[in-house]
Design a protein around this ligand. Structure first.
Ligand code: ARG
Length: 468
């Protein structure tokens, strides 16, 4: 019992099954570097306000450094009796420094300690995911230059709709990833608040300097209500939601490329290193990596309700249920990071099957909307134009031809405003060339957006806004 931090009021031993049931060291050991940093800041502050001497601080801090290295090297033996990472760090300190080590926890509780560790971890995790998203964006922008002349059929309801430049499809993902990055940046503000010094739930009678620990740990502000802080995991719920939206975006990109990789579409080939074979069907090349990016989104999305359900029944303040928060967040974070790490190579390594795409580009009346807008420009009311083109499409379908195959006489019979210049908008390449609005899929607007993104993403590197 002497070993337990809370052993004082207990006479009986803890049942070993209870120790095994309540431990968290098996999954929170990865917080060790953050626990050491938080403890270093706390000890520095304790010395500053005179609760420990400078010599005691120095002894504690250098021993903390050693303990951190032992965790890094995997030398720390985990013990369920010591419950969690916080006790593993502190017990080592006490073992080596005796009474000096026993002073570290002055004015601190594991409740503000675990929140400090988690916030430091999450802040770094946000920066890592942000960097990986930027890499994914760069890979897509890189494709825009490579595929600068490629026209793709774009779909709604998975039915051929209108043509766009390939870069337009690439930049669609870049936009989604940017919103993901913006969301993370916003979440980071709420993560970057110091809980340290709120102690268990009500604060402390000791003269703790909360501003100092916040500053030492790079937190932007100090949490203002100890009861709130002790129970607050909003920042984790938000982070995990942000991750789940990233996973959703990745999953829907993977789905699109799985479809494109099928024999039926044949729009894209994937690098050999990113596909796998079948154990029985020799001809198979399967997009397993993309399928798993799609599949793994399930567990990331599931982490959101997992955290919300964990939180919804908790009265103020800390409850042990909160220990489970890490399982949901770590798994969601690791999964999204692992998926994102693969994205740039897949994006850069894929090849568009441009001949095959081009050979079928005039199927599916991708120029029908362009023809309707031609009629509008000639003064035909939109609804009437829609009807005229619809009848022409039906006519072409029955004769198995394209709108561009119709003669001027046939077209004039449908509407007398039609003139020779109609052939400037018919045909898929013409139909994409006339797209001109801001944000549309035409050549000029896409070139503009590509330039904007290239400049924006390389400026980030130059300004050192993120590690390359
Ligand atoms: N392992 C615990 C957790 O992750 C640390 C906080 C424990 N606090 C307590 N009062 N038992 O939530």
């Amino acid at each position: 019992m002497a070993e337990k931090a809370w052993g004082g009021r207990f006479q009986g031993e803890t049942d070993p099954r209870v120790e095994a049931f309540t431990e968290s060291i098996s999954f929170d050991a990865r917080l060790a570097p953050y626990d050491v940093r938080g403890s270093w800041a706390h000890a520095t502050m304790l010395a500053k306000v005179g609760l420990i001497t400078d010599d005691e601080r120095d002894a504690i801090c250098s021993e903390l450094g050693r303990i951190g290295e032992e965790f890094d090297r995997g030398e720390v033996e985990f013990s369920a009796a010591l419950e969690d990472v916080h006790m593993h760090v502190e017990s080592r300190l006490v073992e080596r420094l005796g009474d000096v080590g026993r002073k570290l926890h002055t004015g601190r509780s594991r409740n503000d300690q675990v929140s400090t560790d988690l916030r430091l971890f999450t802040r770094e995790a946000i920066d890592t995911i942000d960097g990986l998203l930027a890499d994914a964006q760069r890979a897509f922008v890189g494709r825009c230059d490579r595929d600068v002349d490629v026209v793709l059929p774009a779909y709604t309801h998975l039915q051929r709709a209108m043509p766009v430049m390939a870069g337009h499809a690439w930049l669609a993902w870049v936009e989604k990833f940017q919103r993901d990055r913006d969301r993370l940046a916003d979440c980071r503000k709420r993560v970057n608040v110091s809980p340290l010094g709120t102690a268990a739930l009500a604060g402390s009678s000791l003269p703790l300097d909360r501003e100092l620990t916040a500053e030492l740990l790079g937190f932007e502000s100090v949490a203002a209500n100890s009861l709130d802080v002790s129970s607050d995991r909003d920042y984790l719920a938000e982070f995990v939601f942000d991750l789940s939206l990233i996973a959703t975006h990745l999953s829907s990109w993977a789905e699109e490329w799985i479809i494109w990789f099928s024999n039926e579409f044949g729009f894209v080939t994937l690098p050999d290193s990113y596909t796998t074979g079948s154990s029985i069907m020799p001809q198979k090349r399967n997009p397993d990596v993309l399928e798993l990016i799609r599949g793994k989104s399930a567990r990331v999305i599931a982490a959101v309700p997992q955290l919300l359900v964990l939180l919804k029944g908790l009265p103020l303040a800390y409850n042990r249920d909160l220990q489970e928060d890490k399982l949901a967040m770590f798994d969601a974070y690791d999964t999204v990071a692992a998926c994102l790490e693969l994205v740039p190579d897949i994006v850069a390594g894929a090849e568009l099957q441009t001949d095959r795409i081009a050979s079928r580009l005039d199927d599916g009346f991708l120029d029908a909307t362009a023809l309707m807008e031609y009629l509008i420009r000639k003064g035909v009311p939109m609804r009437s134009g829609h009807g005229i083109v619809g009848r022409l499409v039906a006519d072409c379908e029955s004769r198995n031809c394209r709108l561009a195959d119709l003669s001027l006489e046939e077209l004039k019979a449908a509407s007398d405003v039609i003139q020779e210049d109609v052939y400037d908008v018919l045909g898929t390449r013409n139909a994409v060339a006339v797209l001109q609005t801001y944000g549309s899929g035409g050549k000029e607007p896409v070139a503009e957006q590509t330039k904007r993104w290239r400049e924006r993403l390389s400026a980030e590197i130059e300004n050192g806004e993120r590690p390359v």
